[in-house]
Design a protein around this ligand. Structure first.
Ligand code: ME8
Length: 530
């Protein structure tokens, strides 16, 4: 090992990076909305692994609460049987979508019950939980109370379903005691909630005044028992948020907990902003731990202008009485889309189409259009034309790149732009930057037309440079499309796995070895009819 290498090794300490998705309700199967968050988090985890960070990435399922009891009853089964069945569908779906999670938590696991009880007992002991009576308008789908003026035509503003008036003797978390502390925390941690629009939304909520929140239920037993009062179970949200601590070994491994919790990043959708950006930091403060380092809040995938969900619900009234009937109008399965387009094209679409942080349309036609433009015509075309010309002009052996190609400067610029975009949670910009390099290389090939030249050094240089671009592009797209990245390396004769390299070194210009066999294969992305 050279002195420089040794210095570099000792100077670089591996940074922990703990990344979480929301844990999803098991009242129905995974859908494109939950896949959106999970794929974005996965790509970010994979990017941080390329940077050499010590990534710990988790997802899981949220299995308690009235909504799950309702779903189990509707399917004529017990809550436990239902959660076992549905949680397994999430595990399978994420496996199919190549999600690289290190842990998958189920809130029905004993390890989670133990942490919930310990954490909330601490808040109780610290004097921030007390008994009271609650009356309110409850939406079972949200697992949340509303005030009358928050309703739309007397119905839940999110689910457009009727709310029920509930009265319970509940334990309350004294959220109101944390108003000023939360404002101070936001003030001193400017990047606590991102993007700025969502930070402002959270601040607006806190400034609007915080009421104490009811955190236990006596109306059903499907929850984590309250350790100091047998008659109550914790309200599902109060148990769910704590999952992030369970996975980080709260209460069981202080050293591991300090490392992971000190580097905790949550990715969530804007529907659960209040719980994560207001309640959760207050709960952490009440228990005497720091809030997570960062919460990134993304927007909604919309279909026909409506939030896309497990069941895109249209409410109507049945002929019998005033009971509302919900009709499923669409089920959007990420697995069906993966079967149709391929896992990597679906992942690419979820990362590229809608900028993380805003709302955006999701449509079948949109997938086809982007697939054809970016994957078939651009990346796929580059891979196949380079392999074809290497076969016709260089006997199928890839030549080495030249050290002074203009593509070398382009790739350095693109590496910088890609890294910068990932650091800002902007996968769409990261991929856009990488596609600039693909486009520039396609343009260079079209300008020089190596397929019309006689074999010789000029053809070798053009192709060697294009192969080097493909080597680098495979690394840069590996967080988004891990299988495609590996396949590109295989086809251009590079050994190893592009997901296992270290940046920035591995993307430096000139490492394509030359003299290696290039494989002509089927088109990576056959063009699709609209
Ligand atoms: O809320 N667009 O679970 P959930 C974008 N269990 N993202 C969407 C989306 C859409 N149309 N629909 C869903 C819960 N999502 C709780 C979370 S965490 C401690 C407990 C994503 O199954 C988005 O990330 O309703 C949203 O926040 C999450 O799914 C809600 O999933």
């Amino acid at each position: 090992m050279s002195l420089v290498d040794r210095c570099r090794r000792y100077a670089t300490s591996v940074a922990p990076y703990y990344l979480t998705t929301p844990i999803y309700y098991v009242n129905d199967a995974p859908h494109v909305g939950t896949a959106y968050t999970t794929v974005n988090a996965d790509a970010l985890a994979r990017w941080h692994r390329l940077l050499g960070d010590d990534v710990y990435f988790m997802t899981g399922t949220d299995e308690h609460g009235a909504k799950i009891v309702e779903a189990a009853e509707a399917h004529d089964t017990s809550p436990l049987e239902w959660t076992n069945r549905t949680s397994a569908r999430f595990v399978e779906a994420w496996k199919r979508l190549d999600i690289s999670n290190d842990d998958f938590i189920r809130t029905t696991e004993p390890r989670h019950h133990a942490v919930v009880q310990e954490f909330l007992q601490r808040i109780y002991d610290n004097g921030f939980i007390e008994l009271g009576t609650y009356t309110g308008l409850y939406c079972v789908s949200c697992e949340d109370y509303y005030t009358a003026d928050q309703l739309v035509d007397g119905r839940c503003p999110v689910h457009d379903r009727p709310v029920v008036e509930m009265q319970e003797d509940n334990y309350f978390f004294r959220l109101s005691a944390f108003e000023q502390r939360l404002l101070d925390y936001y003030e001193s941690h400017l990047n606590f909630v991102r993007p700025t629009s969502k930070r402002n939304e959270a601040l607006g909520f806190i400034r609007g005044g915080l009421n104490d929140v009811s955190i236990t239920r006596t109306s059903f037993r499907w929850g984590v028992p309250v350790p100091w009062d047998d008659a109550h179970v914790f309200y599902v949200w109060y148990d769910a948020l704590i999952n992030y601590l369970t996975v980080a070994s709260y209460g069981s491994d202080p050293q591991r907990f300090a490392t992971l919790w000190g580097s905790a990043h949550h990715l969530i959708g804007k529907d659960i902003l209040k719980f994560h950006c207001v309640w959760w930091p207050a709960m952490c403060m009440a228990a005497g731990i720091d809030p997570p380092q960062e919460i990134f809040v993304h927007g909604y995938l919309l279909m026909g202008g409506q939030k896309l969900g497990k069941t895109m619900i249209q409410s109507g009234v049945t002929g019998q009485g005033d009971e509302a009937q919900t009709l499923k109008i669409t089920e959007v399965s990420p697995l069906a889309l993966a079967d149709e387009f391929g896992v990597d094209p679906l992942r690419y679409h979820l990362l590229r189409e809608v900028p993380l942080g805003g709302d955006g349309d999701f449509s079948y036609e949109g997938i086809v259009a982007r697939y054809n433009a970016d994957l078939a015509n651009n990346l796929g075309n580059l891979v196949s034309r380079v392999a074809t010309v290497v076969h016709s002009k260089c006997n199928g052996v890839g030549p080495a790149p030249s050290p002074d190609s203009s593509l070398s400067a382009s790739s350095a610029e693109v590496l910088r732009a890609t890294s910068d975009a990932w650091a800002r949670w902007a996968p769409h910009e990261a991929l856009e930057a990488t596609w600039r390099l693909i486009g520039a290389t396609n343009a260079e090939l079209e300008a020089s037309e190596p397929w019309k030249m006689d074999p010789g050094p000029v053809v070798d240089t053009v192709l060697g440079n294009a192969l080097e671009v493909l080597r680098i592009v495979a690394i840069l797209i590996s967080p988004a499309m891990p299988s495609t990245a590996a396949e590109i390396w295989r086809r251009i004769g590079v050994e190893g796995d592009p997901s296992a390299v270290r940046l920035p070194e591995a993307a430096g210009w000139g490492a394509y070895p030359g003299g290696v066999p290039v494989v002509k294969g089927d088109p990576l992305f056959p063009r699709r009819k609209g």
